[in-house]
Design a protein around this ligand. Structure first.
Ligand SMILES: NC(=O)c1ccc[n+]([C@@H]2O[C@H](COP(=O)([O-])OP(=O)(O)OC[C@H]3O[C@@H](n4cnc5c(N)ncnc54)[C@H](O)[C@@H]3O)[C@@H](O)[C@H]2O)c1
Length: 274
């Protein structure tokens, strides 16, 4: 028996990094997971890992910023598993620069992937959620659903070179707080998890050539300057960057029935760094 038996979860950007660990954790606790990433390859790998461990998963590949993606993602869960209980908005990339060198395209791209995409996924899910909640209420049942929006300490306290990312992640926290109020009546807990430094491709040394990705035909380098990375790690009270599994653990807390009365919160997960 898992703590999430029978639940259906969307985890965007779960082909690698923190998203993959979230998908594995939720599936390991019994949830059926709709895995997403830009391409089939990494998404199928995550789904195969889940199935290999005895869990259930299917794949809905594609970019979360495509206009028709949100509805397709929600429909996949309902068609494949007949429901929708957990939505984790995780998929992103970064495109850093100091403000004088930041183009409109760079700014807009970050708002699109970090903020507009979660908004669209949640809006697409709203029809199913409202209908399900009304039916459950008429039956005298309270069924809690969970939204976990992935944010960042950049969105809470800012970060030099990331005006676009920080603004979008702060926006995600606003979306979280507004929707917690709007969807409380439907018994949906809406929370944000704001990570500090977690070891993934996003924070690997920028010297690593693999740390780049193709978005709409454009090659975008992700990663952090090695010196900046070392300094950032020194500032973490626990003394090191977090692992993707540790990051996933924090998301899992918000998916548990024990957190049913916790909503509209931004949980900073930074190894003791605020
Ligand atoms: N790693 C950190 O230190 C850190 C810190 C703060 C917040 N975060 C947040 O954690 C989340 C996960 O980041 P990560 O470190 O695991 O990054 P990652 O690059 O390892 O994984 C992100 C995944 O999202 C996918 N993706 C990117 N754009 C996409 C799109 N348009 N559509 C679908 N999939 C897309 C990527 O292909 C990748 O598989 C993000 O929301 C990020 O902002 C990470």
């Amino acid at each position: 028996m898992g703590t999430l038996d029978g639940k259906v979860a969307l985890v965007s950007g779960s082909g690698r990094g923190i998203g993959r660990e979230i998908a594995l954790k939720l599936a390991g606790e019994g949830a059926r997971v709709v895995v997403n990433d830009l391409d089939d390859g990494p998404a199928e790998e995550t789904a195969a890992l889940i199935r290999g461990a005895g869990g259930q998963a299917c794949v809905c590949a594609g970019s979360v910023i495509e206009a028709d993606f949100a509805q397709r993602y929600v429909d996949t869960a309902i068609e494949a598993y007949g429901g929708l209980d957990i939505i984790v908005n995780n998929a992103v990339y970064t495109w850093d620069n100091v403000i004088q060198k930041m183009s409109d395209e760079q700014w807009d791209a970050m708002l699109a992937v970090h903020l507009t995409a979660p908004f669209r996924i949640l809006r697409a899910a709203s029809g199913f959620i409202r209908e399900a909640a009304k039916t459950e209420a008429a039956q005298g049942r309270e069924v809690f659903r969970k939204v976990v929006n992935i944010s960042s300490t950049s969105g809470v306290m800012g970060n030099a070179g990331q005006a676009n990312y920080a603004a979008a992640k702060a926006g995600v926290n606003g979306l979280t707080r507004a929707l917690a109020k709007e969807w409380g009546r439907y018994k949906v807990n809406v929370n944000s998890v704001a990570f500090g430094l977690i070891r993934t491709r996003l924070t690997e040394s920028a010297a690593d050539d693999d740390a780049s990705l193709d978005i709409a035909g454009r090659r975008i380098k992700v990663g952090v300057n090695p010196e900046v990375l070392k300094n950032a790690e020194r500032l973490v009270p626990i003394g090191r960057a977090g692992t993707p599994a540790e990051a996933a653990g924090a998301v899992y807390l918000f998916c548990l029935p024990e957190s049913n009365y916790v909503s509209g919160q931004v949980l900073v997960v930074g190894g003791g760094r605020p």
